[in-house]
Design a protein around this ligand. Structure first.
Ligand code: ARG
Length: 425
C-alpha cells in the first residue's frame, strides 16, 4: 500500500511551523594584532592581511557537529569562490586539506569570501546547513533568491497567507502558462476550479506581499490522467493558464529528442516548499518551510526503479525516478507539481514534475516524477507554439557537491573554525 501522498488541498494538512534552527554561521572571529598592546606598533607599510582557516571532518553520526572521535578528512578541495559561480575557476585561490583535515588561506586582503569545499563523489555534506534528515525538501537547503525565477507556488485562493495556502508547486513555461501535476487538483474526489486557485510567482518566500499573486484562468488536465487511479496511473501533468501574462523568465522543457539530458546518473535539482522531515509510511510529513528549498538527486533508470525491492514493475515509461538508493534526499508532500530540472548546456530544462513516492526519502523508494519529454505533444497542443520563447538565464548548472561559508574578512583578521562536516553516502 502506498502512502497517500495527496497534496493537502483543499482540506488536507495544515502547514506546521517548522522548528527550524536558524543555523547562523558559527564562525569564531578573533582579532589579530593591535588590541591594547603597550608595545609601539610597527610602521605601517602594506595594509595588514587576514587569514581564513578551518577543517574537514568525517561526521560519522551525521549530526553536523564535530564530536569526539570524528577524524579530520585529508585531501578535500577547498577554494575561495570569488565570482560565486560554485565552481573553481582559474585564478581562484584553492587548497587541499592536510593530513589532519585542516585548510588555511593566508595573506588575504579585506573583503567578502565564499569559502567553498568540493566533495568527492560518494560523500555528502552535513554542515554547513545540509545533511541527511536535517534539512528541507527532505535533505535539501534554501534556494538562492532569484536563481529559479520560473518557480511557482500553487495557492488556495481563499487563504490570504501564502504559507498556509500553498499546496503544490509548478513551473512557468510560457508568459501565461504554468505546468504542474494533475493530481494537485483532486482532493478526496473533489476537483479544484480555476477560481479557487492562485499562483504565486517571482519569489522564494511564502509571505504576504512577496512576489506576484495571480488568479488562474483555466486548468487543463492531461486527458489521460485518471483521478480515480491517481498518480500511479501516470499522465500526472496539467497546465494552468494565468489570468494575465507575466514578464518572468520561463523554463524550457526537455524535448523528446533530448533524452540524453535525463540519462541515469545525471544530477538533477528538485525544488519546492514541501515537507522537510523524512517520514515513514505511517507518519504524516511535517516541517513545511517558508523559503523555497532545493536539493540535488541523481536520475535513476526505470529498470532500477522497477526492481523488486523498489517499485516492482509499477513505474511506467512516462515516469522518471530520481534519488539515492539509501534515501535521505527527496521531494515530499506539497512539493508535487514542482520541477525536477537538469542542466541543458544553456541553462536548466524541465525534466520531471513531482508526482509521488512511497513515503518520502525512504531507501529504495525513489521520488517518481512525470517524464516531461513524454508530454511535449500535450503541452504543444494546449499552449500552441513553442512553449519557451525566452530561455531562462543560466545560473550555474549543478556540478559536484559543494558547500560554502561566507566570510566578511576585515583588515588583519583571522577567521577560524570553518568546519565542514561530511559523511559517506
Ligand atoms: N504527491 C506528493 C504531493 O502531493 C509529492 C510526492 C513526492 N514524494 C516523494 N517521495 N518524492 O505533494
Amino acid at each position: 500500500m502506498l502512502y497517500p501522498l495527496r497534496s493537502h488541498f483543499p482540506f488536507g494538512l495544515a502547514h506546521f511551523w517548522s522548528v527550524l534552527v536558524g543555523l547562523g554561521l558559527a564562525l569564531s572571529i578573533s582579532a589579530c594584532g593591535g588590541g591594547g598592546s603597550s608595545r609601539p606598533l610597527p610602521p605601517v607599510s602594506a595594509p595588514p592581511t587576514g587569514r581564513i582557516e578551518g577543517s574537514h571532518f568525517d561526521d560519522l553520526n551525521g549530526d553536523g557537529l564535530r564530536d569526539p572521535g570524528e577524524p579530520g578528512l585529508p585531501g578535500i578541495a577547498t577554494f575561495l569562490d570569488l565570482n560565486g559561480n560554485g565552481r573553481l575557476d582559474p585564478g581562484e585561490p584553492s587548497t587541499v586539506s592536510d593530513a589532519s583535515g585542516n585548510f588555511r588561506f593566508s595573506n588575504l586582503p579585506p573583503g567578502t569570501y565564499r569559502v567553498t569545499a568540493l566533495l568527492p563523489p560518494g560523500r555528502v555534506f552535513t554542515t554547513p546547513r545540509s545533511g541527511l534528515g536535517l534539512e528541507r525538501i527532505v535533505g535539501g537547503r534554501p534556494a538562492p533568491e532569484g536563481a529559479f525565477p520560473w518557480m511557482v507556488a500553487l495557492l488556495r485562493a481563499a487563504e490570504p497567507d501564502p504559507f498556509q495556502a500553498q499546496f503544490c508547486g509548478g513551473s512557468l513555461i510560457a508568459p501565461e502558462w504554468v505546468v504542474t501535476a494533475a493530481h494537485c487538483f483532486f482532493d478526496e474526489g473533489r476537483q479544484v476550479n480555476p477560481q479557487d486557485l492562485d499562483l504565486l510567482l517571482g519569489t522564494n518566500r511564502l509571505q504576504i506581499g512577496a512576489g506576484q499573486r495571480i488568479r488562474a484562468a483555466q486548468i487543463v488536465l492531461n486527458p489521460g490522467y485518471n483521478p480515480q487511479v491517481g498518480q500511479l496511473g501516470g499522465n500526472d501533468i496539467a497546465l494552468v493558464r494565468l489570468s494575465r501574462p507575466v514578464a518572468l523568465a520561463t523554463l524550457p522543457l526537455v524535448q523528446p529528442n533530448q533524452t540524453n539530458l535525463t540519462a541515469p546518473g545525471t544530477a538533477a535539482t528538485i525544488l519546492g516548499w514541501g515537507a522537510t522531515f523524512p517520514r515513514a509510511l505511517d507518519q504524516e510529513p511535517s516541517g513545511f518551510p517558508r523559503d523555497l528549498q532545493q536539493a540535488t538527486v541523481p536520475i535513476v533508470s526505470n529498470a532500477v526503479c522497477n526492481a523488486p525491492q523498489s517499485y516492482n514493475g509499477t513505474i511506467l515509461d512516462t515516469m522518471l525516478c530520481a534519488g539515492f538508493p539509501q534515501g535521505g534526499v527527496d521531494t515530499c508532500q506539497a512539493d508535487s507539481g514542482g520541477p525536477l530540472i537538469v542542466s541543458s548546456g544553456t541553462g536548466f530544462a524541465l525534466a520531471g514534475i513531482t508526482s509521488f513516492g512511497r513515503g518520502c526519502a525512504q531507501p529504495n523508494f525513489y521520488g517518481v516524477y512525470t517524464r516531461v519529454s513524454s508530454f511535449a505533444g500535450f503541452v504543444q497542443s494546449v499552449i500552441g507554439s513553442a512553449p519557451s520563447p525566452t530561455p531562462a538565464p543560466s545560473p550555474p548548472p549543478p556540478t559536484g557537491t559543494t558547500a560554502s561559508f561566507v566570510v566578511n574578512l576585515r583588515e588583519g583578521e583571522v577567521v577560524s573554525g570553518l568546519n565542514f562536516g561530511s559523511r559517506a553516502q
